[in-house]
Each structure stands twice: as structure tokens, then as C-alpha cells.
Design a protein around this ligand. Structure first.
Ligand code: ATP
Ligand code: MN
Length: 477
């Protein structure tokens, strides 16, 4: 008999009688009741052991964390808490787990503790639910774009260009750090390095995606992205996954429409496909909220929040309107913001974004037309010569989830911006070529996958929605 997955057994129990299951023991109670989980579902399967028929040497090894194979009969359960259970006919211990040293015991562990046991934390209900949702979400992302005829492009991970010009990159080199070759100016001679030049891990696939959009029309990338930013926040990772669509013949409005439709599609998808995991995480969040003081509690539960985003229009306002709202806001007037909004042109801090989203509009917000000074060189200049066609999508509890723009397609304007910002034009010769040959109005955005997973799971820290987080001072596992 091949073994059965718990998700199938528990989904259609009437179709099964004799069953074989393999999984890990979550708990073993009264020398009789095993709560078994195989990772296919949040639900455990109760397996009832007849301890009089089972060797003492086996019973001793049915410990939390042990891997077992069980054959038996699936029957209606008499007990509370489950509708069916397995009457165990035979049990084999496939892998023992020493109760003295196995760290994931059936009690509440803090997420900090579990981060140090990242190789075992997926055996908890919370992390397995998060990782299943992560998987379903990534598939939904491909489905959304594939349904729309977008072409999936694999942009390079090692790059010779710095897309953002921000310089927060991880260098890729094979040179000996103790004894690098030196050039005439006493600097490290990267001509002698593997690629014959300085190279880094990519901070964004955008520039390369743009080149492919200018031949394939609509494209997207979905891959790992690296930023050596020393921001120890609950929303930043040094290695994260980013989804970046890029569309030829598309202006900012089309870009905003696509981003909104995209987010709603993927969230709606998990509402349909991940009901049980979401119900579990909803309850987890509700319990966590109860430990907070009343005024800090979120007025909505997790599923309610996801439905709210799926069912309501995002609010679209310009940066200039946002500044007016913030200037006249209570926290600004009462000097409650850490960074007070005094004049047009300043970058918005997370506290401002949160005010707009969580207090003022109480909905996701798309902010557009930002001052050129605070945005990247490739964003299209508006007729006012002050603002660019940028758009950021801000989410409750998360802040920025999407950053995008209409790209500058006019060669002369782009060259001027590159010069003004002191960027090396030679390095971008291929990017400028796109504006010389068949240039089109085009747009795109980047969505940080883990921020979407954060929102979708109600977790509080981005380190808990990726299997092995990379953050400053931490690259274990
Ligand atoms: P932030 O202001 O939050 O640092 P950003 O302006 O640097 O974001 P972009 O360069 O526009 O972000 O990147 C596009 C998207 O990638 C962001 O909207 C966000 O969802 C995600 N993102 C950016 N940096 C990180 C990071 N360090 N970890 C996880 N996701 C990130
Ligand atoms: Mn950033």
C-alpha cells in the first residue's frame, strides 16, 4: 500500500478505511494518542496506539519530533477535537528524536528562539502554514502573469551595473582579499578579477527586464535580490525575492492598474486555496493582539484585512496631495512625528506612510508623482520639470510594498538626468540604446515578495516569512 497524505485523508475521510501514513509526532499523550503531522496540512491526524499490544521499546520512542510510519484503520473518532482517527495496527519508528535534546517541544516558543532553530522551525504549525502560503502565493504570481501573456524572463543575478545607483551592493569577486592585485592608482585592479571588472549581486532586475520588454512586449522577473543595506528593521532582508513586471507601450495609469489587479489576484487566490492555514494564522494573530494594549490593537483580523484589500479600491493620490494632508495632520501639528513635514520635497518616512494608510485613508494607498530629487534616474520627468512619474503602493502594517514608475523613454531627457545625478553614462550604454532604437513609453514596478507574504500571513517580522533569512550579522544555515 502506498502511503496517504494527511490533507487527502482528512479532506475526504469517507473514501478511506485501511490507511498508511508517514509523518512526525507533534505530541504523544497518555501513552495512547499521537498527534501526527506530515506537512501537507495544518491539521494533525490523531493515531490511537493500543499500548497493550505495542512493545515498550517502541512506545518509548514515540516522542515529539520522531518520524514514524503507521498502518491502521481510519474510523470515526469518539473523542472531541477531531472527526476521524486512525486505530494503529502497526507502527514503525523511522527516525528517533531524543526528548532531552529536540528543541521544538510542544509548548509556546518565541519567534526569536525559533529563528535560531531555523532548520527545525518548519515543524511548527505556524511556520508550516506560512511556508505553504508562501508556496501558493508564488505559484499564483506566475499564474497571474502567464494568464495575461507576460513572458517570464530570468534576469542575471551577477551584474555589472547598479540599477538604483544607491551603492548598497554585495561585491562578487574571486580576488584574494589579503593580497589583491593593485592597479596604477594603488587601487584594487578589478581588471584582473574574474569578469575583468567590478561585479555585484543584483539589487533589481529592472534594467535588464526593460530591455526584454522592448522586444517581447510584456515581461516579468521573479527572482532573488540582494541589498547590503544595514537596516535592521522588521521589513528588510539582505536577500529577498522580487517580482518585477515591465510593460512596453504602457503609461503610469496602466502600471497602477496592473499592480492593483495583481495584488488583489494573488491575495484572492490564497483566500480560496489556503482556507485552513489562514484560519489558523488569523487565530494566532488574534491571540497576539490580545496581549497588546487596547489602542495598539488592529481593528481588523487577518482574513478581514485580506478581504478588505481584495474588495476595495486602493486610494490614489499624488505626492503633493499627500504632503498637504500630512502638513495639516494632527501628529504633525502636535509635533508627534519624529520627522516633521515642513516643506514639499522631503522624502516620506515610514511614520508618514503609516499615517496615510492606517489613520487617514484606512486603505492601501498609491502615491504618485514624487519629486524627481528623491527618486531614481530612470523615472519619467513630468511637464512641471519637478516631479517624476513614480508610484509607490503603501500597505497597512507593512509600509511600501510596491515601488514603480513610468520609465523615461526620451533619450535627451534621460541623458540629462544621468549627468545631473553623476552616474557613469558609459556603463549604461546598452540602456541608452533602448532609447535610440524603437523607444516606447513603458512602465514597470517591483514588489517585494516577502512583504506580500508578511501581509498575507499576518506575521510581524520579515525574518519569519522566508525559510532562511539573511540580515546584518546573520547568515547561518
Ligand atoms: P524601502 O523604502 O522599504 O526600503 P525601497 O524604496 O528601497 O523600499 P524599491 O527599491 O522600490 O524599495 O524596491 C521595490 C520593492 O522591493 C519595495 O517596494 C519592497 O517591497 C521591496 N524591498 C525593498 N528593499 C527590501 C528589503 N531590503 N527586503 C525586503 N523587501 C524589500
Ligand atoms: Mn530601501
Amino acid at each position: 500500500m502506498t502511503s496517504h497524505r494527511l490533507v487527502d485523508l482528512l479532506g475526504n475521510p469517507e473514501q478511506y478505511s485501511k490507511v498508511k501514513v508517514k509523518g512526525w509526532v507533534r505530541t504523544f499523550r497518555a501513552n495512547r494518542f499521537i498527534a501526527l503531522n506530515d506537512g501537507s496540512t495544518i491539521e494533525n491526524l490523531q493515531c490511537v496506539v493500543d499500548f497493550e499490544q505495542t512493545a515498550e521499546s517502541i512506545l518509548k520512542k514515540i516522542n515529539t519530533g520522531a518520524a514514524v510510519e503507521i498502518a491502521g484503520e481510519l474510523v470515526e473518532s469518539m473523542g472531541k477535537g477531531q472527526s476521524v482517527e486512525v486505530l494503529v495496527k502497526s507502527i514503525e519508528i523511522l527516525g528517533e528524536a531524543d526528548p532531552e535534546t529536540y528543541p521544538i517541544q510542544p509548548k509556546k516558543h518565541s519567534f526569536e528562539f525559533l529563528r535560531e532553530k531555523a532548520h527545525l522551525r518548519v515543524r511548527t504549525a505556524t511556520f508550516s502554514a506560512v511556508m505553504r502560503i508562501r508556496s501558493v502565493l508564488s505559484f499564483a504570481i506566475h499564474q497571474f502573469f502567464q494568464n495575461k501573456g507576460f513572458c517570464y524572463v530570468h534576469t542575471p543575478i551577477i551584474t555589472g551595473s547598479d540599477a538604483e545607483g544607491a551603492g548598497e551592493m554585495f561585491r562578487v569577486t574571486v580576488l584574494d582579499p589579503k593580497n589583491p592585485p593593485i592597479d596604477e592608482e594603488e587601487g584594487v585592479d578589478y581588471k584582473k578579477d574574474f569578469f575583468g571588472k567590478e561585479t555585484n549581486l543584483t539589487v533589481s532586475g529592472q534594467l535588464e527586464a526593460e530591455t526584454y520588454a522592448q522586444g517581447l512586449g510584456n515581461v516579468y522577473t521573479f527572482g532573488p535580490t540582494f541589498r547590503a543595506e544595514n537596516s535592521n528593521t522588521t521589513r528588510h532582508l539582505a536577500e529577498f525575492w522580487m517580482i518585477e513586471p515591465e510593460m512596453a507601450f504602457c503609461e503610469l495609469e496602466g502600471n497602477m492598474d496592473l499592480a492593483e489587479e495583481f495584488i488583489k489576484y494573488t491575495l484572492n487566490h490564497i483566500l480560496e486555496k489556503c482556507e485552513k492555514d489562514l484560519a489558523f494564522l488569523d487565530q494566532r494573530l488574534a491571540n497576539e493582539e490580545k496581549t497588546k494594549p487596547q489602542h495598539e490593537r488592529s481593528p481588523m483580523g487577518l482574513i478581514e484585512k485580506i478581504k478588505f484589500v481584495v474588495e476595495n479600491d486602493f486610494k490614489r493620490i499624488s505626492y503633493t496631495e499627500a504632503i498637504d494632508i500630512l502638513k495639516n495632520s494632527k501628529p504633525n501639528k502636535k509635533k508627534k512625528f519624529e520627522f516633521l513635514i515642513e516643506e514639499w520635497g522631503t522624502d516620506l518616512q515610514s511614520e508618514h506612510e503609516r499615517f496615510l494608510v492606517e489613520k487617514h485613508f484606512n486603505a492601501p494607498v498609491i502615491l504618485f508623482d514624487y519629486p524627481a530629487k528623491i527618486k531614481a534616474f530612470y523615472m519619467r520627468m513630468n511637464a512641471d520639470q519637478k516631479t517624476v512619474r513614480a508610484m509607490d503602493i503603501l500597505f497597512p502594517g507593512i509600509g511600501e510594498i510596491v515601488g514603480g514608475s513610468q520609465r523615461e523613454e526620451r533619450l535627451d531627457v534621460l541623458e540629462k538626468r544621468i549627468e545631473e545625478m553623476g552616474i557613469d553614462k558609459e556603463e549604461l550604454w546598452w540602456y541608452l540604446d533602448l532609447r535610440k532604437f524603437g523607444s516606447t513609453p513603458h512602465s514597470g514596478f517591483g514588489l517585494g515578495f516577502e512583504r506580500l507574504v508578511l501581509f498575507a500571513t499576518g506575521m510581524g517580522n520579515i525574518r519569519d516569512v522566508i525559510p532562511f533569512p539573511r540580515t546584518p550579522q546573520n547568515a547561518s544555515f
